[in-house]
Design a protein around this ligand. Structure first.
Ligand SMILES: Nc1nc2c(ncn2[C@@H]2O[C@H](COP(=O)(O)OP(=O)(O)O)[C@@H](O)[C@H]2O)c(=O)[nH]1
Ligand SMILES: [Mg+2]
Ligand SMILES: [Zn+2]
Length: 315
Protein backbone atom coordinates (compact mmCIF):
# COMPACT_ATOMS: atom_id res chain seq x y z
CA UNK A 1 0.00 0.00 0.00
CA UNK A 2 2.58 2.49 1.14
CA UNK A 3 4.69 1.66 -1.85
CA UNK A 4 1.86 2.28 -4.30
CA UNK A 5 1.24 5.69 -2.74
CA UNK A 6 4.91 6.51 -2.99
CA UNK A 7 5.08 5.55 -6.64
CA UNK A 8 2.23 7.91 -7.39
CA UNK A 9 4.03 10.86 -5.86
CA UNK A 10 5.44 13.26 -8.43
CA UNK A 11 9.13 12.51 -9.02
CA UNK A 12 10.24 16.10 -8.62
CA UNK A 13 8.33 16.80 -5.46
CA UNK A 14 9.97 19.84 -3.89
CA UNK A 15 9.09 19.36 -0.27
CA UNK A 16 8.41 21.84 2.46
CA UNK A 17 11.32 23.72 3.99
CA UNK A 18 11.89 23.52 7.73
CA UNK A 19 14.38 23.18 10.54
CA UNK A 20 15.17 20.12 12.67
CA UNK A 21 14.55 21.17 16.26
CA UNK A 22 14.71 17.76 17.97
CA UNK A 23 16.19 14.38 17.22
CA UNK A 24 14.85 11.19 18.81
CA UNK A 25 17.02 8.64 17.05
CA UNK A 26 14.29 7.24 14.81
CA UNK A 27 12.39 10.46 14.23
CA UNK A 28 13.08 14.14 14.01
CA UNK A 29 10.85 17.04 14.94
CA UNK A 30 10.69 19.53 12.09
CA UNK A 31 9.58 23.13 12.50
CA UNK A 32 8.13 24.22 9.18
CA UNK A 33 9.06 27.66 7.87
CA UNK A 34 5.63 28.34 6.44
CA UNK A 35 3.62 28.37 9.67
CA UNK A 36 5.98 27.44 12.52
CA UNK A 37 4.12 24.16 13.03
CA UNK A 38 6.26 21.34 14.49
CA UNK A 39 5.76 17.78 13.33
CA UNK A 40 7.62 14.52 13.85
CA UNK A 41 8.98 12.78 10.76
CA UNK A 42 10.48 9.30 10.77
CA UNK A 43 14.13 8.92 9.77
CA UNK A 44 16.53 5.99 9.55
CA UNK A 45 18.52 5.45 12.72
CA UNK A 46 21.82 6.15 10.99
CA UNK A 47 20.63 8.95 8.81
CA UNK A 48 22.94 11.90 9.13
CA UNK A 49 20.21 14.40 10.03
CA UNK A 50 20.96 16.51 13.08
CA UNK A 51 19.46 19.32 15.07
CA UNK A 52 20.07 22.61 13.32
CA UNK A 53 19.80 21.09 9.85
CA UNK A 54 17.69 22.90 7.30
CA UNK A 55 15.58 20.30 5.53
CA UNK A 56 13.02 19.71 2.85
CA UNK A 57 10.24 17.34 3.85
CA UNK A 58 8.30 15.57 1.13
CA UNK A 59 5.91 13.02 2.56
CA UNK A 60 8.10 10.70 4.62
CA UNK A 61 11.29 11.87 2.97
CA UNK A 62 13.60 14.27 4.75
CA UNK A 63 16.49 15.70 2.79
CA UNK A 64 19.05 17.97 4.39
CA UNK A 65 20.03 21.17 2.67
CA UNK A 66 23.63 22.28 2.58
CA UNK A 67 25.15 23.01 6.00
CA UNK A 68 27.11 26.09 6.87
CA UNK A 69 29.03 24.02 9.40
CA UNK A 70 28.64 21.07 11.71
CA UNK A 71 29.93 20.02 15.06
CA UNK A 72 31.33 16.53 14.80
CA UNK A 73 33.17 14.23 17.12
CA UNK A 74 34.84 10.86 17.01
CA UNK A 75 33.28 8.26 19.28
CA UNK A 76 35.44 5.79 21.24
CA UNK A 77 35.30 3.36 18.30
CA UNK A 78 36.73 5.92 15.91
CA UNK A 79 33.43 6.54 14.19
CA UNK A 80 32.65 10.15 13.38
CA UNK A 81 29.30 11.39 14.63
CA UNK A 82 27.68 14.66 13.71
CA UNK A 83 26.10 16.36 16.70
CA UNK A 84 24.57 19.57 15.44
CA UNK A 85 24.59 21.80 12.39
CA UNK A 86 24.75 25.48 11.54
CA UNK A 87 26.20 26.82 14.77
CA UNK A 88 27.51 30.31 15.43
CA UNK A 89 29.13 29.92 18.85
CA UNK A 90 30.87 27.07 20.63
CA UNK A 91 30.76 27.69 24.38
CA UNK A 92 33.59 25.83 26.08
CA UNK A 93 32.46 25.40 29.68
CA UNK A 94 35.17 25.06 32.31
CA UNK A 95 35.26 25.37 36.10
CA UNK A 96 37.73 25.12 38.96
CA UNK A 97 36.16 21.76 39.76
CA UNK A 98 36.24 19.36 37.97
CA UNK A 99 39.45 20.41 36.26
CA UNK A 100 39.56 20.44 32.49
CA UNK A 101 42.39 18.21 31.26
CA UNK A 102 45.28 20.09 29.61
CA UNK A 103 44.85 20.50 25.89
CA UNK A 104 41.09 20.06 25.83
CA UNK A 105 40.29 23.75 25.52
CA UNK A 106 42.85 24.02 22.73
CA UNK A 107 41.19 21.14 20.85
CA UNK A 108 37.75 22.67 21.21
CA UNK A 109 39.08 26.04 20.00
CA UNK A 110 40.64 24.38 16.95
CA UNK A 111 37.38 22.55 16.19
CA UNK A 112 35.39 25.78 16.50
CA UNK A 113 37.73 27.90 14.39
CA UNK A 114 38.06 25.29 11.67
CA UNK A 115 34.25 25.12 11.42
CA UNK A 116 33.89 28.92 11.49
CA UNK A 117 32.19 29.05 14.86
CA UNK A 118 33.22 31.60 17.43
CA UNK A 119 34.89 29.95 20.42
CA UNK A 120 33.79 31.39 23.77
CA UNK A 121 35.30 30.37 27.09
CA UNK A 122 32.69 30.14 29.79
CA UNK A 123 34.14 29.89 33.27
CA UNK A 124 31.31 28.49 35.36
CA UNK A 125 31.09 28.11 39.16
CA UNK A 126 32.70 31.50 39.75
CA UNK A 127 31.09 31.30 43.20
CA UNK A 128 33.80 28.77 44.12
CA UNK A 129 37.18 29.84 45.51
CA UNK A 130 40.01 29.75 42.99
CA UNK A 131 37.84 30.98 40.12
CA UNK A 132 39.55 34.38 39.88
CA UNK A 133 42.92 32.70 39.43
CA UNK A 134 41.51 30.38 36.80
CA UNK A 135 40.06 33.29 34.84
CA UNK A 136 43.37 35.17 35.01
CA UNK A 137 45.23 32.10 33.77
CA UNK A 138 42.80 31.58 30.89
CA UNK A 139 43.01 35.24 29.89
CA UNK A 140 46.78 34.92 29.75
CA UNK A 141 46.71 31.59 27.91
CA UNK A 142 44.02 32.50 25.39
CA UNK A 143 44.51 36.13 24.39
CA UNK A 144 43.05 35.29 20.97
CA UNK A 145 39.64 34.46 22.42
CA UNK A 146 37.50 37.55 22.44
CA UNK A 147 34.91 36.23 24.84
CA UNK A 148 35.88 34.84 28.22
CA UNK A 149 32.80 35.00 30.48
CA UNK A 150 32.70 34.42 34.20
CA UNK A 151 29.44 32.90 35.25
CA UNK A 152 27.73 31.01 38.01
CA UNK A 153 24.77 28.89 37.08
CA UNK A 154 23.94 28.68 40.79
CA UNK A 155 24.23 32.32 41.79
CA UNK A 156 23.35 33.87 38.44
CA UNK A 157 26.53 35.91 37.97
CA UNK A 158 27.36 36.67 34.36
CA UNK A 159 24.21 35.06 33.03
CA UNK A 160 23.05 38.33 31.47
CA UNK A 161 26.34 38.55 29.54
CA UNK A 162 25.94 35.01 28.29
CA UNK A 163 22.36 35.74 27.25
CA UNK A 164 23.55 38.78 25.35
CA UNK A 165 26.28 36.80 23.60
CA UNK A 166 23.79 34.20 22.39
CA UNK A 167 21.19 36.78 21.46
CA UNK A 168 23.77 38.60 19.32
CA UNK A 169 25.49 35.61 17.75
CA UNK A 170 22.56 33.24 17.19
CA UNK A 171 22.94 29.54 17.75
CA UNK A 172 25.31 28.00 20.27
CA UNK A 173 26.27 24.73 21.86
CA UNK A 174 28.20 23.93 25.03
CA UNK A 175 31.09 21.54 25.28
CA UNK A 176 33.16 20.76 28.34
CA UNK A 177 33.99 18.00 30.77
CA UNK A 178 31.21 16.22 32.59
CA UNK A 179 30.36 18.12 35.75
CA UNK A 180 31.50 21.53 34.51
CA UNK A 181 27.87 22.68 34.59
CA UNK A 182 26.60 22.62 31.00
CA UNK A 183 23.14 21.38 31.94
CA UNK A 184 22.93 23.72 34.93
CA UNK A 185 23.77 26.66 32.68
CA UNK A 186 21.13 25.70 30.17
CA UNK A 187 18.58 25.42 32.95
CA UNK A 188 19.53 28.89 34.14
CA UNK A 189 19.37 30.33 30.62
CA UNK A 190 16.09 28.65 29.89
CA UNK A 191 14.08 28.07 33.05
CA UNK A 192 11.50 25.38 32.51
CA UNK A 193 13.50 22.94 30.44
CA UNK A 194 14.59 21.08 33.60
CA UNK A 195 17.59 19.20 32.27
CA UNK A 196 19.02 16.62 34.64
CA UNK A 197 22.13 17.79 36.43
CA UNK A 198 24.57 16.30 38.86
CA UNK A 199 25.75 12.77 39.15
CA UNK A 200 24.38 11.27 35.97
CA UNK A 201 26.83 9.46 33.78
CA UNK A 202 26.87 11.10 30.38
CA UNK A 203 28.44 8.06 28.78
CA UNK A 204 25.21 6.13 29.22
CA UNK A 205 23.25 8.52 27.09
CA UNK A 206 24.65 7.76 23.65
CA UNK A 207 23.67 4.08 23.84
CA UNK A 208 20.03 4.60 24.71
CA UNK A 209 17.32 4.81 22.14
CA UNK A 210 15.75 7.69 24.02
CA UNK A 211 18.80 9.87 23.49
CA UNK A 212 17.41 13.21 22.49
CA UNK A 213 19.06 16.28 21.19
CA UNK A 214 17.09 19.50 21.11
CA UNK A 215 17.32 23.05 19.91
CA UNK A 216 16.26 25.30 22.75
CA UNK A 217 14.99 28.77 21.91
CA UNK A 218 16.13 31.11 24.66
CA UNK A 219 13.62 33.63 25.98
CA UNK A 220 16.40 36.24 25.86
CA UNK A 221 17.14 35.54 22.20
CA UNK A 222 19.32 33.05 20.39
CA UNK A 223 19.27 29.29 20.62
CA UNK A 224 21.19 26.53 22.33
CA UNK A 225 21.63 22.96 21.19
CA UNK A 226 21.49 20.44 23.98
CA UNK A 227 23.31 17.29 22.98
CA UNK A 228 24.05 14.44 25.36
CA UNK A 229 27.58 13.14 25.56
CA UNK A 230 29.25 16.34 24.57
CA UNK A 231 32.52 16.28 26.37
CA UNK A 232 35.31 14.20 24.97
CA UNK A 233 36.56 16.34 22.20
CA UNK A 234 38.89 15.91 19.28
CA UNK A 235 38.75 17.94 16.13
CA UNK A 236 37.41 15.82 13.31
CA UNK A 237 37.40 18.11 10.32
CA UNK A 238 40.95 19.33 10.72
CA UNK A 239 43.90 17.58 9.15
CA UNK A 240 47.24 17.14 10.89
CA UNK A 241 48.69 19.46 8.28
CA UNK A 242 46.41 22.38 9.06
CA UNK A 243 45.85 22.03 12.81
CA UNK A 244 48.59 24.53 13.69
CA UNK A 245 46.83 27.21 11.69
CA UNK A 246 43.98 27.20 14.22
CA UNK A 247 45.88 26.20 17.33
CA UNK A 248 45.83 28.77 20.15
CA UNK A 249 49.24 30.41 20.42
CA UNK A 250 50.54 28.94 17.19
CA UNK A 251 47.97 30.66 15.02
CA UNK A 252 49.23 34.17 15.85
CA UNK A 253 52.87 33.18 15.34
CA UNK A 254 52.15 31.71 11.93
CA UNK A 255 50.09 34.71 10.90
CA UNK A 256 53.08 36.93 11.73
CA UNK A 257 55.77 34.73 10.31
CA UNK A 258 55.18 31.63 8.19
CA UNK A 259 57.67 28.74 8.32
CA UNK A 260 60.11 28.05 5.49
CA UNK A 261 58.16 24.98 4.36
CA UNK A 262 54.51 25.30 3.58
CA UNK A 263 53.70 21.85 4.96
CA UNK A 264 55.78 22.34 8.12
CA UNK A 265 54.43 20.38 11.08
CA UNK A 266 56.63 22.32 13.46
CA UNK A 267 58.60 19.40 14.85
CA UNK A 268 62.19 19.43 13.58
CA UNK A 269 61.88 21.21 10.25
CA UNK A 270 64.49 23.86 9.42
CA UNK A 271 63.28 27.46 9.31
CA UNK A 272 60.32 26.69 11.57
CA UNK A 273 58.78 29.84 13.04
CA UNK A 274 57.08 27.89 15.82
CA UNK A 275 60.31 26.25 17.05
CA UNK A 276 61.92 29.65 16.95
CA UNK A 277 59.12 31.10 19.06
CA UNK A 278 59.58 28.31 21.62
CA UNK A 279 63.30 29.02 21.78
CA UNK A 280 62.80 32.74 22.23
CA UNK A 281 60.11 32.22 24.87
CA UNK A 282 57.32 33.67 22.73
CA UNK A 283 55.50 30.36 22.90
CA UNK A 284 55.28 28.45 26.18
CA UNK A 285 56.88 25.02 26.10
CA UNK A 286 53.77 23.47 27.71
CA UNK A 287 51.58 24.86 24.96
CA UNK A 288 53.97 23.58 22.30
CA UNK A 289 53.99 20.13 23.92
CA UNK A 290 50.18 20.04 23.92
CA UNK A 291 50.23 20.92 20.25
CA UNK A 292 52.68 18.07 19.52
CA UNK A 293 50.50 15.66 21.49
CA UNK A 294 47.37 16.60 19.57
CA UNK A 295 49.28 16.49 16.29
CA UNK A 296 50.48 12.95 17.04
CA UNK A 297 46.96 11.84 18.05
CA UNK A 298 45.57 13.23 14.83
CA UNK A 299 48.26 11.55 12.73
CA UNK A 300 47.43 8.23 14.38
CA UNK A 301 43.73 8.67 13.62
CA UNK A 302 44.58 9.54 10.02
CA UNK A 303 46.83 6.55 9.49
CA UNK A 304 44.23 4.25 11.10
CA UNK A 305 41.68 5.61 8.63
CA UNK A 306 44.03 4.90 5.73
CA UNK A 307 44.57 1.36 7.03
CA UNK A 308 40.80 0.83 7.23
CA UNK A 309 40.27 2.15 3.71
CA UNK A 310 42.90 -0.16 2.29
CA UNK A 311 41.40 -3.08 4.22
CA UNK A 312 44.72 -3.80 5.92
CA UNK A 313 44.82 -5.31 9.38
CA UNK A 314 45.44 -2.63 12.03
CA UNK A 315 49.04 -2.34 13.16
N1 LIG B 1 29.15 25.77 42.99
C1 LIG B 1 28.57 25.62 41.81
N2 LIG B 1 28.21 24.40 41.39
C2 LIG B 1 27.62 24.29 40.18
C3 LIG B 1 27.38 25.41 39.36
N3 LIG B 1 26.82 24.97 38.22
C4 LIG B 1 26.68 23.64 38.33
N4 LIG B 1 27.17 23.21 39.52
C5 LIG B 1 27.16 21.82 40.03
O1 LIG B 1 28.05 21.03 39.25
C6 LIG B 1 27.54 19.71 39.09
C7 LIG B 1 27.49 19.33 37.62
O2 LIG B 1 26.58 20.15 36.95
P1 LIG B 1 25.89 19.71 35.56
O3 LIG B 1 25.09 20.88 35.12
O4 LIG B 1 25.21 18.41 35.70
O5 LIG B 1 27.19 19.55 34.66
P2 LIG B 1 27.33 18.92 33.19
O6 LIG B 1 27.80 17.52 33.40
O7 LIG B 1 28.37 19.74 32.52
O8 LIG B 1 26.00 19.01 32.53
C8 LIG B 1 26.18 19.70 39.74
O9 LIG B 1 26.31 19.13 41.02
C9 LIG B 1 25.82 21.15 39.83
O10 LIG B 1 24.97 21.42 40.93
C10 LIG B 1 27.77 26.71 39.85
O11 LIG B 1 27.61 27.75 39.22
N5 LIG B 1 28.37 26.74 41.08
MG1 LIG C 1 24.82 17.51 31.67
ZN1 LIG D 1 57.02 25.21 11.42
Amino acid sequence: MARATKARQPARQQGQPGLIVSHYGVAVLVRFDADGREEPVKVKRNSDHVVGDRVLVAGERVSSLERRNALRRRDPFGKVRTLAANLDVLGIVVAVRPETPPGLIEKAVVAARAAHMEPALIVNKCDLPGSEALVARLQADFPGIACICQVSAHRGDGVAELQQLLAERGRGAFVGVSGSGKSSLMNTLCPGIALETGELNEDDHGCHTTSVSTLIALPSGGELVDTPGFRDFSPVDVSSEEIALWYPGLMTILERQPCRFRNCRHRQEPGCAVKLAVESGDLAVQRYDLYLQTLTELEQVESAAVTRRKGLPPR
